[in-house]
Design a protein around this ligand. Structure first.
Ligand code: DMJ
Length: 595
């Protein structure tokens, strides 16, 4: 039945004055209500997924004010810092989450910067008594590294601080992709170096172009560029970083076009042609390279809704799960054509390291829902403990390498990250072994500190032995160098977060002093060729990871735990923080719940 207006008995075209008045009243009440809701209702809590930990942060700058009251001893350091909250600390306003893929309320970013002007974290003065001078990590180290690169190497991948010109290596192909700019972005942001951050963003907007004929390392470009851009995006909310990360990821995808889906080590960004390193066993891909894509690729799928990234890394995981593992260990080499292992070498240092790290972090990043990753990590660590971890005669715990059917009693600087990994993985470990793994982390931290302490420069060598009476010292000349690597400081920081034992800050401070004394030059910071020589020569490279990792971990080591809390952030292997995906298991296309 059709009902027309005329069929209503009292229909009329106009309203009486009193009716109009009542309508007006209702309308104005409604408008007042809307305004009230807009201004006074609490923030969009139902959409809030990430706590950025940037509220009430005690930002640190080492030293700077030498006119403070007498410093307590280093031993009091940890306890003090845990409880300290004073009006003297500047606050960072929270970066709020919006309902879609921008994780920060853009209107807050300005406030973030305004509130993060340099100030002093009083605890830092604890160190001044030993030096008698003031010290500012941001101004003295990060700014010096950045400004030098800005002046002499801008746009190049890295810097030659002695020659004072740009530098690059084959991992970035032959192209100037500003690796240092991208790698340093989030450190600049976290330290509140806003002019430098804006400068970097501008360069990225105008110059960062991936349509270049360059053959790059898939792994390096993933951890430094995609990881760096994603972290910068999550922290600042600036779309450009996400857009660039996705553009680059698209260029990496052809690397996965192999018979097995295990990616090539290198890919030409223009042609998409991939290949492996000439030095790798029988044309193999490297465990630590194809096994260190997971975090970034899951985030790419999360941000874009494109399942391809997620599927690529899950395919790698599934393939590895089906393979036999000698003694439960993962060899470092896997042939992407045949799907067979190459040489049965196993390492928790170079070639293997971050594969294990990413299993643990996949679990953490999924808000502990990716139990498959956790189980794989636990099984791998159990095998590593059984076959690779030993105690030296002098009582130092070390992680050796499995080579040619026996254990090589040698540990790399790279392996030192594992102390932090064990501590990070302690909570959630099977059979209630949390205490055991925290202890193992502490023992590795101790060993790695010894490797620094037993040198002339108090900087760690690239590799050190536990053989024939030698403990934690390098033997071969070509293992005596220090190239500004972060792993030992990374472990100090994790251990500090989990134990608050002041010795970790003390050890970090020793590293700061040594780097400052022996690596600082007028054109930036350089690696040194022999940490056992009192008169070392420089390698003349300021690595991009020095800004991305070494200085960031040092900064965090002397900062409050509330700055980037580990409950909410997971650091990729290049120290780029990515948020925990609290709903990751539900929202990821291709995850169990969606199939
Ligand atoms: C960094 O690029 C990363 O930490 C990587 O996982 C291993 N090596 C360097 C720093 O030493």
């Amino acid at each position: 039945m059709i009902v027309s207006a005329s069929s209503f008995p009292h229909h009329r075209a106009t309203l009486r004055l009193s009716e109009k008045f009542i309508l007006l009243l209702i309308l104005s009440a409604f408008i007042t209500l809307c305004f009230g809701a807009f201004f006074f209702l609490p923030d969009n809590s139902k959409h809030k997924r990430f706590d950025f930990g940037l509220e009430d942060v005690d930002h640190q700058v080492l030293g700077h004010h030498s006119n403070q009251s007498p410093s307590p001893s280093v031993a009091q350091f940890g306890q003090e810092s845990r409880s300290r909250k004073s009006p003297g600390y500047f606050k960072l306003l929270p970066l709020r989450v919006t309902e879609t893929t921008c994780f920060c309320d853009p209107s807050m970013k300005h406030n973030f910067f305004l509130n993060s002007s340099p100030d002093v974290w009083l605890d830092a003065n604890l160190f001044l008594s030993s030096t008698g001078s003031s010290f500012d990590l941001r101004a003295w180290m990060m700014k010096h590294a950045w400004d030098s690169y800005r002046q002499y190497g801008w746009g190049h991948n890295e810097l030659k601080p002695i020659a004072k010109k740009g530098h690059s290596t084959n991992i970035f192909g032959n192209s100037q992709m500003g690796a240092t700019i991208v790698d340093a972005l989030d450190t600049l942001y976290i330290m509140g170096l806003h002019d430098e951050f804006k400068d970097a963003q501008e360069w990225i907007e105008q110059n960062l172009d991936f349509s270049v004929n360059a053959e790059v390392s898939v792994f390096e470009v993933n951890i430094r560029f995609i990881g760096g851009l994603l972290a910068a995006y999550y922290l600042s909310g600036q779309e450009v970083f996400k857009v660039k990360a996705v553009q680059l990821a698209e260029k990496l995808l052809p690397a996965f076009n192999t018979p097995t889906g295990i990616p090539w080590a290198m890919v030409n960004l223009k042609s998409g042609v991939g290949r492996n390193w000439g030095w790798a066993s029988a044309g193999s891909s490297i465990l630590a390279e194809f096994g260190t894509l997971h975090m970034e690729f899951v985030h790419l799928t999360y941000l874009t809704g494109n399942p391809a990234y997620y599927q690529k890394v899950m395919h790698i995981r599934k393939l590895l799960a089906k393979m036999d593992r000698p003694n439960g260990l993962y060899p470092n080499y896997l042939n992407p054509r045949t799907g067979r292992w190459g040489q049965h070498h196993t390492s928790v240092g170079g070639l293997g390291d971050s594969f294990y790290e990413y299993l643990l972090k996949a679990w953490l990043m999924s808000d502990k829902t990716d139990t498959e990753a956790r189980k794989t990590y636990d099984d791998a660590i159990e095998a590593i403990e059984r076959h690779l971890i030993r105690k030296s005669n002098g009582g130092l715990t070390f992680i050796g390498e499995w080579k040619n059917g026996h254990l090589e009693r040698k540990m790399g600087h790279l392996t030192c990250f594992a102390g932090g990994m064990f501590a990070l993985g302690a909570d959630g470990s099977p059979d209630d072994k949390a205490g055991h793994y925290l202890q193992l982390g502490a023992e590795i931290a101790h060993t790695c500190h010894e490797s620094y302490d037993r040198t002339v420069l108090k900087l760690g060598p690239e590799a050190f032995k536990f053989d024939s009476g030698l403990e934690a010292v390098a033997v071969r000349q070509n293992e005596k160098y220090y190239i500004l690597r972060p792993e030992v400081i990374e472990t100090y920081w994790y251990m500090w977060r989990f134990t608050h034992d002041p010795k970790y800050r003390q050890w970090g401070w020793e590293a700061v002093q040594a780097i400052d004394k022996y690596c600082r030059v007028s054109g930036g910071f350089s690696g040194v060729k022999d940490v056992y020589s009192s008169n070392p020569t420089y390698d003349d490279v300021q690595q991009s990871f020095f800004l991305a990792e070494t200085l960031k971990y040092l900064y965090l080591l002397f900062s409050s735990d509330e700055l980037l809390p580990l409950e909410n952030w997971v650091f990729n292997t290049e120290a780029h923080p990515l948020p925990v995906l609290h709903q990751g298991n539900i929202t990821l296309p291709g995850s169990e719940t969606q199939r």
